[in-house]
Design a protein around this ligand. Sequence first.
Ligand SMILES: Nc1ncnc2c1ncn2[C@@H]1O[C@H](COP(=O)(O)OP(=O)(O)OP(=O)(O)O)[C@@H](O)[C@H]1O
Length: 231
Amino acid sequence: MLHAINLTKEFDARPVLNQVNLTVDKNEVYCLLGQNGAGKTTTINIFLGFLEASSGQALINGKDVQSHRAQTNKMIAYIPEVVQLYGNLSGQENLDFFSRLAGFTYTSGELTRFLRKAGLQEEAHSRRLSTFSKGMRQKVGIAIALAKKADVIFMDEPTSGLDPKATAEFTVLCQEFVAEGKSIFMATHDIFNAVNVGTRIGIMKEGRLVHERVTRDITANQLQQLYLETI
Ligand SMILES: Nc1ncnc2c1ncn2[C@@H]1O[C@H](COP(=O)(O)OP(=O)(O)OP(=O)(O)O)[C@@H](O)[C@H]1O
């Protein structure tokens, strides 16, 4: 689903991504770890089309994001660290608005079903988004991804600031999403959750992908050890 091929990015001749190669298959949750400034967000921003690579390629379902941006944007959804959306609109109105923007018109019943599937409690469907917690905002983000039939969700720091219950709920939602043949690519500092929710982990250092591990082959303590030895 996702391929980074020798992906390189320079800012003012300073390399911040250096020949990154990675693949994310369907049914995978790929978690990218690394210190501040390692290049995680830059990698995501290239896949989202927010930044152009200096060289190399970012492919989504075989399509280069640079030359097929309109097509690749239809295949993806993005959940930033804090999902902003429209504070004055309700959860359901936001979902309706962003679904239409993606070319989908749903009945009120269908919108309700997406919000339910994303785990948003019923009473919040008609409440203003500005009153939502981070976890609730993420659920609207996931509902939007479901409604626009995205194949891949990109996430930046999805569990920072979530309480343990919200983190557990979020983990289940991610697992349900990829169980339907889709994938998730996330940048995170949360080693323990990465082992929990991830199928594969990459560790970046100074713009390079220096380690990759399949989570079933590694414990959280082993990953923490590897991370500390790496950075
Ligand atoms: N628009 C930009 N112009 C110049 N340098 C940038 C720009 N965006 C990012 N950088 C630099 O690129 C490097 C990688 O940044 P990036 O945001 O990808 O790191 P990160 O791994 O996501 O870090 P964090 O964990 O803090 O979010 C950093 O040195 C950053 O200062």
